[in-house]
Design a protein around this ligand. Structure first.
Ligand code: UN1
Length: 502
């Protein structure tokens, strides 16, 4: 642990001697005692951030992009160590830890290109000798609140865009995963050094990490000098953030819970569906906001699909996420295990039947990790427990007769993040993607609901919060739009033909 942190350039005092105890979900061992910030530090950080903004907003966007290019280069050199640290701190298997760092590199590359493409518009004016345009300007400090399950990539989605858009970032990571955040700050600092060595100017404090609890998060969210708060996490957390930000008429970008479904139609390639279901439902031990939680399968293929799935579930290797061959690592902590057990109990009370899994795994497991066998639960319908997001590997299975009912089930939950259909029927596929189909922010055909690429806008509707991060034109949220009208004539005509002469 100490070796990885020092390889990443993290100073000893950043993870020793503090009062925030960080435990690895892999074996429960204490891997850091991190010093925490106080609410009074928030005000200081915002001051530094504002000063950074004054300078950074005047740097040409392509030069800001050059900084993000260097950040991407630094990330490439630390991919192995940072990926391993992600695994140690949040428990996802190493391949996914590395994948998360790759996602950071990808968004940096995307942002570099974007830095030359923050395009506005020209607009035809109704008045002679006038022209109009729309220009995007830097917005100001972006407060980024992230969850334990994607401890580094979600910061990168926000930060890479914020930096090219001309905005500083103040990052409040999950209290469960501060070490990876501190490591990212060290990587960031090296990119700053390289940028300066190349003769560029960059302000101090363009990115700052605030480690702390709810009070620190709240002070950040409440502050009127944080024009945008981008928050990832649970629905209750997002609701609280949205209320506070709305009260001061700030902008929030929310990426909250998902309750993602797959519809499996009679024509589906079942072998492929099984593979997609496995990655979707048990990958990251069911702790992605995009994890597959509901299977809506046509009654004619239910038995065949469940037979293959039960078999596949039975042979999943649950254990040390650092070992090759492991597909399911630990849950983040005991509370998560308890929540899973209580969801399974509720499912039973609501007529569900556990087909496989759900139990704690202790064979060959080290120390105090909470490892579970992913559960497959057959449900008679979409009862309350199915409508809730339980952040654990539970997959509820329901059946349908008519595609219309399947889509109604898919849409019949409060969350609206990701969705997918397995079918070979182009009518079914296109209907699912149509306005009358999936109501989610993400809708896929013949791939699972998780593991989105960075190029698309990421986020969802309803209780998922409506925000969009990452690719496409998500950058617009990080900038302010200005409509400009220029009169190059010698007259002063008013719009709408209004006459106002002395
Ligand atoms: C999350 O779980 O908060 O689409 C983000 C995915 C990943 C991101 C998940 N690219 O599953």
């Amino acid at each position: 642990m100490a070796r990885i942190l020092s390889a990443l350039g993290v100073a000893d005092k950043a993870f020793n001697g503090g009062d925030l105890k960080v435990c690895s979900p892999v074996d429960g061992a204490v891997i850091g005692m991190v010093p925490q910030h106080k609410t009074s530090d928030v005000e200081k950080a915002i001051k530094v951030s504002q000063a950074a903004f004054e300078q950074w907003k005047t740097v040409p966007a392509p030069v800001r992009g050059e900084f993000v290019r260097l950040l991407g280069m630094e990330l490439r050199t630390v991919k192995d160590d940072l990926g391993r640290l992600v695994t140690l701190e949040c428990g996802k298997i190493l391949s996914e830890g590395l994948g998360e760092v790759q996602e950071m590199i990808d968004i940096c590359d995307f942002a570099v290109g974007l830095s030359r493409q923050l395009y506005g518009l020209t607009i035809q004016s109704e008045r002679p000798g006038h022209h109009m345009r729309e220009t995007w300007h830097p917005l100001g400090t972006v407060g980024v609140i992230t969850a334990f399950n994607f401890p580094v990539a979600v910061w990168a989605w926000n930060a890479a865009l914020a930096f090219v858009c001309g905005d500083p970032v103040i990052w409040k990571p999950s209290e469960k995963t501060p070490l990876t955040a501190i490591a990212c700050q060290a990587v960031f600092d090296r990119a700053v050094k390289a940028f300066r060595a190349a003769g560029h100017t960059i302000p101090d404090g363009l990115n700052q990490v605030l480690v702390g609890g709810r009070d620190v998060g709240r002070a950040l969210v409440e502050h009127h000098d944080v024009p945008l708060v981008s928050a990832t996490g649970s629905v209750p957390m997002g609701r609280a953030v949205a209320e506070v930000v709305a009260k001061r008429l700030g902008r929030s970008l929310l990426e909250l819970g998902g309750n993602n479904a797959m519809i499996v139609a009679p024509s589906a390639d079942l072998d492929m569906a099984v593979r997609a279901i496995l990655f979707g439902a048990v990958g990251t031990a069911g702790q992605r906001c995009t994890s597959l939680r509901r299977l809506i399968v046509h009654e004619s293929v239910r038995d065949r699909l469940l037979e293959s799935l039960t078999k596949a579930y039975g042979s999943l290797r649950v254990g040390n996420p650092l070992e090759t061959g492991t597909l399911v690592g630990p849950l983040i902590d005991e509370a998560s295990f308890t929540a899973m057990q209580s969801a399974l109990k509720n499912a039973g009370a609501q007529g569900g039947k556990v087909l496989v899994g759900g139990d704690r795994v202790s064979d060959g497991i080290m120390g105090g990790g909470y490892y579970v066998r992913p559960a497959l639960v057959s449900m008679p319908g979409q009862s309350d427990v199915v409508k809730q997001e339980t952040f654990a590997p539970i997959l509820y299975v329901m059946t349908y007769k008519d595609m219309k009912d399947a889509v109604a089930l898919q849409n019949g939950v409060p969350q609206g993040l990701s969705s997918c259909i397995f079918t070979m029927d182009v009518r079914e596929a296109e209907s699912f993607l149509s306005a009358a189909g999936s109501d989610c922010g993400i809708a896929n055909v013949n791939i699972g609901p998780s593991g989105a690429e960075i190029g698309g806008a990421f986020g969802g509707e309803k209780e998922t919060g409506g925000g969009r991060e990452s690719g496409s034109d998500a950058w617009k949220t990080y900038m302010r739009r200005q409509t400009q009208t220029v009169n190059y004539s010698s007259a002063l005509p008013l719009a709408q033909g209004v006459v106002f002469d002395l």
